[in-house]
Write a protein that binds this ligand. Sequence first.
Ligand code: PMV
Length: 328
Amino acid sequence: MNKKDTANALISVKREPVVEKATAFAPVNFALAKYWGKRDEELMLPVTSSFSVAIDAGTTTTLCQAHDCDIVELNGKRVEKSSSFYVRLIAFLDLFRPSPSFFFSVSTINTIPTAAGLASSASGFAALVLSLNTFFGWNLSQKNLSILARLGSGSASRSIYPGFVLWNKGERKDGMDSFSEPFDHWWDELRFGIYVVSKEKKYIDSRSAMQRTVTTSPLYAFWPEIVDNDISHIQKAIKQKEFSLFGTTIEQNALAMHATMFTTEPPVCYWKEETLSTIQRIWKARGEGLGVFFTMDAGPNIKMLFLEEQEKDVCRLFPDLSLLPLLA
Ligand code: PMV
């Protein structure tokens, strides 16, 4: 089974566009219990479920038909055919192209502040799938849209929704039960900020790092059980608004993920010196009573979570923190 089979199974009739132009927005999400490791590289099926929250920034994509070649624009600028962004996007569009002589014009606008150093592939593929759905009049359910977005980038399956989102790992080989769904609870007082340590391009992409972890880390055997437990603790903490359970769990989950990377062969370490010193400052502040916890993804930057009542104190201690509103 490959990506094309999944696309064909979900979109049974071959269709032509039903509108001239389609535009859609999808938010960035960041994981509170991480997706780290695939059980199927082609279909982007994860070893574990994962759980995320959306922020109020992301990608807006506009799609229409082009005349004689594919055209891709990013933030108003034409993207080179040789760039990895172009190649990845076109490979994805090929899954849905009605005929080889049908060309797309895709305009992508990222509303993520570039200073935030957040990746946009999740919101990018989710916005693309949402705009394709309108463009071709597929009328797919959100569940099926999240399956299609997953084929672009695993974590994109979670960017179909605002709020807290659970991506079910699924058991099936064809991946039809590996989709995301909203977790119907919200936490108004929760605040999020990102502390940028470095904006440099990652020295190893998450896909390769994940693969190396699954195949070489002796700690990876423990990871599936850790994530399962963490997801239930996080969900309980959200329902009961238990911030210290919430914070402890998301922080341990991120550290456990990085521990699996440190123990790969050769080791993967995204941390910079300032990553560690910032973490130590967070721990020190917490020891002195400040309710601030962190999570990290495949990079050196630190995402802090705290409650509204602590916002002033957290910002005083970390004046360079960029606050980003969450999206309910
Ligand atoms: O979907 P990808 O290939 O961008 O991988 C995302 C991996 C993490 O951001 C580290 C974790 C996650 O669940 O988003």
